[in-house]
Design a protein around this ligand. Structure first.
Ligand SMILES: [Cu+2]
Length: 191
């Protein structure tokens, strides 16, 4: 009996080692298992120009970047610009307090701008006919890790801003996107 237990134990160890390798080789699984910022997810209430809550965003991070899950209602249907702005302050009605686009790399605005783009640039939102948006935007250009030059959680935080118009992806400094109509402060205690 003793003679058998040795090889069987070895076999068991080999099998479990193999299945372990399989897990990490699966790109989807290793993505989920990647270290995630301990402070995430960060919940960001979104307000309109009257200061009323019209939705929320949830920011999370994995090795591929930051995902921003945006849920808003009461907007005009169609394409609306959305950006990360440099200051985590949303003072209605114009939200100028959020400052310019988040742009630590000092580029110009727009994915189609040869001198672009800002780290805070994001693809346009598609507002449905019922005025609602439920979308996940992903960006590898920012982080939620403190201390990094492209961290949204810098001293004064950052803001998520939706505009009345569509981002043309080229006009500096803000894509000709019109007024700021929704804003959310990306801040976390300890800033
Ligand atoms: Cu903007």
């Amino acid at each position: 009996m003793k003679k058998i237990i040795g090889p069987m134990l070895l076999l068991f160890l080999i099998l479990s080692a193999c299945s372990g390798n399989k897990d990490t080789a699966d790109p989807k699984k290793s993505d989920e298992a990647a270290p995630v910022n301990a402070e995430t997810p960060i919940n960001v209430p979104l307000i309109n120009t009257e200061g009323d809550k019209v939705g929320e965003a949830e920011l999370s991070e994995n090795s591929k970047g930051v995902a921003i899950h945006v849920r808003v209602e009461g907007l005009q249907p169609g394409k609306r610009a959305i950006h990360l702005h440099e200051t985590g302050k949303c003072a209605p009605p114009d939200f100028k307090s959020a400052g310019a686009h988040f742009n630590p790399g000092h580029k110009e605005h727009g994915f189609h701008n040869p001198k672009g783009y800002h780290e805070g640039d994001l693809p346009n939102l598609e507002v449905a006919a019922d005025g609602k948006v439920d979308a996940v935007l992903k960006t590898a250009d920012v982080t939620l890790e403190r201390g990094k030059p492209n961290s949204l959680l810098d001293k004064d935080g950052s803001a998520l801003v939706i505009h009345a118009g569509e981002d043309d992806y080229v006009t500096d400094p803000a894509g000709n996107a019109g007024d700021r109509i929704v804003c959310g402060e990306i801040v976390k205690e300890g800033n």
